[in-house]
Design a protein around this ligand. Structure first.
Ligand SMILES: N[C@H](CCC[C@H](N)C(=O)O)C(=O)O
Length: 286
């Protein structure tokens, strides 16, 4: 089985992107993990798959698999790469592209300057929007890790995010240890992405993200959206925020109204396109 793909990234959050409309490929969790491996495979944070839509409102179905093989509901940096990919591959001539995801419809806009703007939908704070045992109303919760109490904001961007109270210096935050502990904390039965913000001012934050199923990444699009939304509800940021991640900056805009969508704008890059013979990875080798 051969797989044609493009290797892409959004601020260093990297992806293998596959047209599964013109190729028929079954991605088992084992195959995804093998392909994601940075020593024995292609290497990526997430696999993005382009499929035909199931509904009439969308032009494509957008599926996302983490490096650990888990399929998830949303990926913001991936959404920007998805738009670039379907346009560059000639799968669409449109520059406004509605796509369906496991968490609903989002609309991707290819901008004249090469950036991609995404209507990420409405951030959702109500406890039933999150796979999270919440003891009181959103959006601030205390979670204990190794007898230390941490305050988080919990929000769904289609995928679940826990955003910690801002750190004085995020470069010294315990991203690896606390990120891993919260990612698989029993309060999150479907695990969670963990954001570590630092407030510079009301229009500018720094952010590191320990991603569910991938660990700390160079950037996390939904993580940037989640951090801005929680900090906005906490009254710490304005309507338009630059989120500076290790891989670069994203522009996030949200009114703070719980019935209005949040917008993310940022760059995309295609590194190379290739074709691989995946027969090596038949189930026997996985
Ligand atoms: N790790 C995430 C999916 C990828 C999100 C991230 N790469 C982004 O840009 O939003 C999850 O398990 O929900």
């Amino acid at each position: 089985m051969n797989i044609k793909f493009s290797k892409m990234h959004g601020l260093g959050n990297d992806f293998m992107v596959v047209d599964a409309i013109n190729q028929s490929i079954e991605f088992s969790p084992g195959l995804v993990k093998a392909l994601a491996n940075r020593h024995w495979g292609v290497g990526f944070d997430q696999l993005l798959v382009v499929e035909k839509p199931q509904s009439t409102q969308a032009d494509f179905r957008y599926r996302i698999f983490n490096a650990d093989g888990s399929e998830v509901q949303q990926c913001g940096n991936g959404a920007r790469c998805f738009a670039r990919f379907v346009y560059d591959q000639g799968l669409t001539q449109k520059r406004e592209i509605p796509v369906e995801t496991a968490s609903g419809l989002i609309v991707l806009y290819l901008e004249a300057d090469g950036q991609v703007r995404v209507n990420m939908g409405v951030p959702r704070f109500e406890p039933n929007a999150l796979p999270f045992e919440a003891e009181q109303q959103a959006p601030t919760y205390q979670i204990d890790v190794d007898h230390q109490a941490w305050l988080i904001g919990a929000v769904s961007m289609g995928n679940p995010h826990a955003v910690l109270m801002p750190f004085e210096n995020v470069a010294q935050a315990p991203v690896e240890s606390l990120g891993a502990a919260l990612e698989s904390h029993p309060r999150f039965p479907e695990r969670v992405n963990v954001g570590f913000p630092q407030l510079i001012d009301a229009e500018y934050i720094k952010l590191r993200v320990f991603e569910r199923g991938a660990g700390e990444t160079q950037a996390c699009g939904t993580g940037a959206c989640a951090a801005m939304a929680v900090l906005r509800l906490w009254g710490k940021v304005s309507e338009q925020v630059t989120v500076s991640l290790p891989g670069g900056d994203l522009q996030i805009r949200w009114s703070g109204k719980l019935d209005e969508p949040l917008w993310m704008t940022g760059p995309v890059a295609t590194v190379f396109s290739a074709e691989l013979d995946a027969s090596f990875w038949d189930e026997g080798n996985l």
